[in-house]
Design a protein around this ligand. Structure first.
Ligand code: BES
Ligand code: ZN
Length: 444
């Protein structure tokens, strides 16, 4: 086995699930393993404890006159459930047809390790890197990066950089190099509808007392109109329209409705009228229901009128929407539309701003040259629908833009059973790091 692949398998064996405190020891062990690896390749490395999971920082010797590049990634992973849908155990990596299957293979261990090994190879061959480099690798990306923001504020000087690179996004198809110049933001909210002070017999009280589960359903259906547009007053106020060049470029990508239906297994596409599926997911905001509950969930029938019901919502945002503004408008809409026969409680959750950078900036062009050099073809320019909230925070706190050079394939199954990463992309990522640092060195 290639030694790079052996190291990937070692990294993947840590069950570093950040959301589950039963795994805290594995998360810490994983951070220490990473710290050791970075030290061995000659970087000055510190594993910083935080109120949550450790943050790993590693640097080469920074010298005046060189570009300073920060590479960000995360070593934490999503939970594995439903475990029974995995073909083999999620933390016992398996290679089949040159694809490695394990939780974290794509998101984000395979991608961040490719950068680390790229740096190791360059140092081995050339003795040093062409840039001042800082690795910043956290263990809480999958739970909202709560301790990273104060860490950035406290270590601003140490983390000062000209540009940031992140490989935690996707490629439009196998072998198609992809430069992502935008991500959606996010704003989360939980709703609780309550009515009677206790569960009631639905025969004795049904008809006289409003049913919280039904009133919640009625309230949620007020969020969209028949054309799939969000009906919250002012929701689209700050939404930047798509540029003509984006619509033209995206329509040529090998990622149409046929591919989306094949990937998802859904019977039809659905969304806001007047936009294609890529436009809807990359450049239009949405209101999503992530979870709903209340009333009897067991086998058979139970004639109950439940005392309460809940819903978990997230809104994906695009420039120039602001999470706080959207949450305020949605709250007003829900309060105005909630039937008077029940009570509504709203709790706001985590949030992150949308991000867009100029793909034609000097750094954007440098990143695109590195992708072209690595994959041998012109990179696709896309935005994506997922969120990496810390990227906009980098801009605010460090004053640096982020280049998103993702290696995830559309069928990587990130966050799902049988997550996988092709070794082809892992090896390409190692080469990409070298090409990228070379191109960015040329900017100074
Ligand atoms: N790697 C993803 C973000 C991503 C996914 C970017 C798809 C582009 C395309 C990241 O690990 C993630 O899952 N982020 C969360 C953020 C949330 C927990 C604040 C997301 O997008 O739901
Ligand atoms: Zn993720």
């Amino acid at each position: 086995m290639h030694p790079h692949v052996a190291q990937l398998l070692e990294f993947l064996r840590f069950p570093s699930i950040s959301t589950d405190s039963n795994h805290d020891k594995s998360v810490a062990d994983c951070a220490n393993w990473l710290g050791e690896k970075l030290r061995r390749i000659g970087l000055d490395t510190t594993v910083h404890p935080t109120a949550g999971h450790p943050i790993v920082v590693a640097k080469n010797a920074h010298r005046a006159g060189r570009s300073t590049v920060l590479i960000y990634g995360h070593y934490d992973v999503q939970p594995v459930d439903p475990l029974e849908l995995w073909t083999t155990p999620p933390f016992e990596p398996r290679i089949e047809n040159d694809i490695v299957f394990a939780r974290g293979a794509t998101d984000n261990k395979g991608q961040i390790l490719a950068h680390i090994l790229g740096v190791e190879e360059t140092i081995k061959r050339a003795g040093d890197l062409p840039v001042n480099l800082t690795f910043l690798i956290e263990g809480e990306e999958e739970v909202g990066s709560q301790n990273l923001e104060p860490f950035l504020a406290a270590h601003r000087d140490e983390l000062r950089c000209d540009i940031i690179a992140v490989s935690d996004t996707g490629m439009v198809a196998r072998g198609v190099p992809t430069f992502t110049y935008g991500l959606r933001g996010i704003a989360a909210m939980e709703l609780k509808i309550t009515g009677p002070s206790t569960d009631l017999h639905s025969g004795i009280f049904g008809g006289a007392i409003a049913n919280p589960a039904l009133m919640l359903a009625r309230l949620l259906t007020t969020l969209h109109d028949a054309d799939g547009r969000v009906t919250v007053a002012g929701f689209y106020d700050n939404v930047q329209p798509l540029a003509d060049w984006e619509r033209a470029a995206w329509s040529k990508l090998p990622l149409g409705d046929g591919e989306i239906l094949q990937l998802t297994g859904a019977p039809a596409v659905f969304g806001e009228t007047g936009y294609t599926s890529t436009e809807r997911t990359w450049a239009r905001p949405t209101a999503e229901l992530n979870g709903i509950g209340g009333g009897y969930q067991g086998q058979g029938t139970k004639t109950v009128l439940p005392k309460e019901a809940f819903a978990k919502l997230t809104f994906r945002l695009v420039p120039d929407q602001k999470p706080a503004d959207v949450l305020k408008k949605v709250g007003a809409h829900l309060r105005a539309n909630c039937p008077p026969s029940v009570r509504l409680e709203i709790a706001e959750g985590h949030s992150g701003e949308p991000y867009v950078t100029d793909p034609n900036s000097a750094a954007g062009l440098a990143a695109r040259r590195a992708l072209q050099k690595t994959f041998g073809s012109e990179p696709a320019l896309i935005r994506e629908g997922g969120s990496i909230p810390i990227v906009q925070t980098f801009r605010h706190l460090l004053g640096a833009d982020t280049l998103l050079l993702g290696l995830a394939l559309p069928d990587c199954r990130a966050h799902a059973p049988n997550e996988n990463f092709p070794l082809e992309n892992f090896h390409a990522g190692i080469g990409l790091n070298e090409a990228l640092l070379g191109e960015l060195a040329g900017l100074k």
